[in-house]
Design a protein around this ligand. Structure first.
Ligand SMILES: [Zn+2]
Ligand SMILES: [Zn+2]
Length: 368
């Protein structure tokens, strides 16, 4: 067993500002050694993502106490008996949906989330059911098989994808969620053709990663849509060709063949559908509360040949797709580091959740 420090959520639904209510505490914990199929990773960097906030505010119901963080990268420090293809000293990207490789969903090559992986995530365990975290002898649940807001993590082998040493920690961390989710939606589902437009609704870390990935396609016009003018300016700085508020985009009759919705709010999905050109695809990657609803005209889908596609984790197979994103990053066409809006300390986590809830941050990165 080793002693670690990590950010534990004890209460769901605390009032804002979180800087005052302090729902997350940075505490000492005990971490068991990795099981047969598991690895111990020293965390180098972790991004603060909406799926962490969704546990804090109760939009995603998870067991507590839970050690948060699901977008992280680090160095392998120990490997279990059946995880020996990873070497000590290897840098790995941690991914928030392990794929067992055996279930019906895993046979869909990324289109459907792995069933045992999803069940483990819902239960707050590692793939296989293990819990390796404890505080004062009491169990602490894992967040999406990663729990990366900590000095160290034990994860299932299927939650770790090795990357070459030249991929720095801050880039590696963002590959695990923002880039796989937003970029994967463009790469695996959108697949825009020259002369087409890609519009991205919601310019947080995931949306901006979709913008960056769309910009790697030659002859494709990239449109950013967000409520906040500062987000629109940030998207233009990354290279987006046009940016609009949702109202401006609707009033201007903007239409795109591929529209990615990365907010997780029904109003955003509604405007994404409105921005989709006849024959186009609306791809939704945001995670709204379970009771969220939208109103649709079915005729528009039939008569204009549209489709609406849900994409979890960018419909990615992480072991297949992370090397594709590494290659794009290495060629200089996918500047992942430009998604990092600030670098913070683990102790700043409650304030970071406020910034995220306010929509003022693209990606806040915790370094260790
Ligand atoms: Zn995330
Ligand atoms: Zn599976």
């Amino acid at each position: 067993m080793i002693h670690i420090r990590g950010a534990v959520l004890d209460r769901i639904g605390s009032p804002r500002p979180y800087a005052r209510s302090q729902p997350i505490s940075v505490v000492d914990l005990d971490l068991d050694p990795p099981g047969n199929d598991e690895v111990l990773v020293r965390i180098e960097a972790a991004g603060v993502c909406h799926s962490d906030l969704s546990v804090v505010d109760g939009n995603r119901v998870r067991p507590v106490p839970m050690l948060l963080g699901h977008e992280a990268a680090g160095i392998v420090e120990a490997v279990g008996d059946r995880a020996g293809d990873l070497a000590v000293g290897q840098r790995v990207v941690l991914v928030f949906l392990p794929r067992c490789g055996h279930c019906t969903a895993c046979a869909t090559e990324g289109l459907t989330p792995c069933e045992p992986g999803s069940a483990a995530n819902g239960a707050g365990t590692l793939l296989g059911g293990g819990i390796r975290l404890a505080r004062n002898g009491n169990r602490v649940y894992h967040h999406l098989g990663v729990s990366g807001f900590a000095t160290h993590a034990v994860v299932n082998r299927a939650s770790a994808v090795p990357v070459p040493d030249d991929v720095p920690p801050h880039v590696a961390a963002l590959l695990g969620c923002a880039v796989l989710t937003g970029g994967g939606a463009v790469l695996n589902v959108g697949n825009p053709q020259p002369g087409q437009s890609v519009a991205v609704v919601g310019l947080g870390g995931v949306g901006m990663a979709a913008v960056l990935t769309a910009l790697t396609y030659d002859g494709v016009r990239v449109v950013g849509v967000d409520r906040l003018p500062e987000k629109l300016a940030a998207a233009r700085a990354l290279g987006a060709h046009e940016t609009y508020t949702p109202e401006q985009a609707a009033d201007g009759g903007i239409k795109a063949a591929v529209v990615v919705e990365a907010v997780g709010h029904p109003a955003a999905l509604q405007s994404a559908i409105g921005l989709t050109a006849p024959g186009g695809r609306t791809i939704t990657v945001g995670l709204p509360p379970p009771d969220a609803r939208i109103t649709l005209s079915p005729l528009g889908f039939v008569a204009e040949g549209r489709s609406l596609i849900g994409s979890y984790l960018g419909s990615a197979v992480p072991s297949r797709d992370i090397p594709r994103f590494v290659a794009l990053w290495r060629s200089g066409r996918l500047p992942v580091e430009s998604l990092v809006s600030s670098t913070i300390r683990l102790d700043d986590i409650n304030t970071a959740m406020d910034h995220l809830a306010d929509g003022t941050a693209v990606r806040q990165l915790i370094t260790f």
